[in-house]
Design a binder for this molecule. Structure first.
Ligand SMILES: [Zn+2]
Length: 437
């Protein structure tokens, strides 16, 4: 039997340090006293650091990762990002996608990430090259990372003729989730209907980029199915109504939803109530939104991020992610989920220990449940996917921007990084004790 003892780790919900015994890749026990192990057991001393279930990046774009230097976005606007990417995609080859995505995955693993939901562009300019590249990586790298692949119509569906058929092909090839791009759709109802048609036909869930913009006219309103008036410029109602109309039971996720923070507060409440009724989840993508949105503001520059806290308080499942990774949409986007949690906390005005605990769940257990990952969590019997973070609790992790010092996946130690700081004697004498942050 293969044994790994992870001793002396801090765990959320426990006062004292604990020991996690892993046998044949699964968590056998969590105890205050280290259990007896065999002579061949591997032992890892956590030194009081926080052990969390393997981190999850719930929204990113591996096919575009690392393109910021190749096709820079000099204005920083979403418009320039879309146009430089569109021009580049015509020549983008499978090997190029694989090389850049592999690098992003390597950085993700170093950041303690065990699973990624990645949206992959599908349209006539790139065809299925990006999808084939990411699906090949999904298989090649399955022992070190779990990829969940979304077929994403970046250029629209009817707006880019031929895309619907390519999405069907992508789903036949093995894409896991049907994506959508209501943010640029000319007809919200038609776009939502086509996405749900595909999802029903292939038995998949839905994750749609919706209402990215914050500069539309939100004052024009029309009465919708529930008899209430909503802004014509938002697409979120169309996806909520489509889900309810069809009694669609699989997960439906709205990514971005920045426009929710641009409508008047009463209207926002009404939209949040609709999202709750429909059972739709929302992904806040603060790093990308803060990079691109509000570029035209001459003062009081807006964050352009969705109302994460109001959604959470209403009982809507909320998640977060980096979105783009060093590409024209965000040249600073990074795979480190602690950095992304920190940016989300600032952008969305998270303030309490409960808020920070919620952030940790969003990039661990909540995301895992949404992705349908089996046997996930720090509980006896679960698969031993464990990230060790260099601080004793998650609030300290955030305020120190703490790095992972080890990642365990299915009982294998994928990496370990435990270099101790060597203080010069005089500096140590002056600075000790160095508590807190
Ligand atoms: Zn995205």
């Amino acid at each position: 039997m293969d044994q790994l003892l992870l001793k002396n780790v801090a765990l959320e919900g426990y006062q004292e340090p604990q020991s996690i015994l892993v046998e044949d890749g699964r968590i056998r026990s969590i105890t205050a006293q280290p259990p007896q192990v065999g002579p061949d057991a591997r032992v890892l001393d956590g030194k009081g650091r926080l052990a969390v279930p393997g981190l999850i990046n719930f929204h990113t774009h591996l096919d575009k990762a690392g393109l910021a230097e190749v096709i820079p976005n000099r204005s920083g606007t979403i418009g320039e990002a879309r146009s430089v990417l569109f021009a580049y995609k015509k020549t983008m080859q499978k090997e190029d996608v694989k090389r850049r995505a592999r690098e992003a995955i390597r950085r993700s693993i170093q950041a303690g990430v065990v699973a990624i939901r990645t949206h992959v562009d599908i349209d006539p300019s790139i065809g299925l090259r990006g999808m084939e590249a990411i699906l090949e990586l999904k298989e090649e790298l399955k022992d070190v990372i779990t990829l969940q692949v979304v077929a994403f119509p970046q250029e629209g569906i009817t707006e880019s003729p031929g895309t619907y058929q390519l999405m069907e092909d992508a789903l036949r090839l093995g894409a896991d989730v049907v994506g959508g791009h209501l943010s640029i759709a000319a007809d919200f109802e038609e776009h939502a209907a086509r996405v749900f048609d595909l999802a029903e036909h292939f038995g998949k869930e839905v994750d749609i980029h919706v209402d990215y913009d914050i500069d539309r006219d939100y004052t024009k309103k029309s009465i919708r199915a529930d008899g209430l008036a909503y802004p014509d410029a938002l697409g979120i109602m169309a996806m909520c109504e489509e889900k309810m109309k069809r009694n669609f039971s699989a997960n439906v996720t709205a990514s971005h939803l920045c426009g929710l923070d641009s409508v008047d507060p009463e209207c926002a409440k009404q939209i949040i109530a609709l999202i709750r009724r429909a059972g739709v989840g929302v992904v806040a993508l603060a790093p990308n939104n803060m990079f691109c949105n509000g570029r035209g503001d001459l003062c009081n520059t807006r964050r352009g991020v969705t109302k994460a806290k109001a959604l959470m308080e209403a009982g809507v499942p909320v998640f977060f992610g980096p979105d783009n990774l060093r590409d024209p949409f965000n040249p600073l986007g990074c795979e480190d989920m602690v950095v992304n949690a920190l940016l989300t906390a600032y952008a969305c005005h998270f303030a309490t220990r409960e808020d920070y605990e919620a952030l940790l769940r969003m990039c661990t257990c909540d995301a895992a449940a949404r992705m349908g990952l089996k046997d996930y969590g720090l509980k006896e019997g679960c698969r031993a996917d464990i990230t060790l973070l260099d601080a004793p609790d998650f609030q300290q992790v955030l305020c120190r921007a703490a790095k992972p010092t080890a990642l365990i996946r299915g009982g294998s130690i994928l990496f370990q990084n435990d270099a101790a700081t060597q203080w010069q004697a005089k500096a140590e004498a002056l600075l000790a004790p160095a508590e807190g942050c």
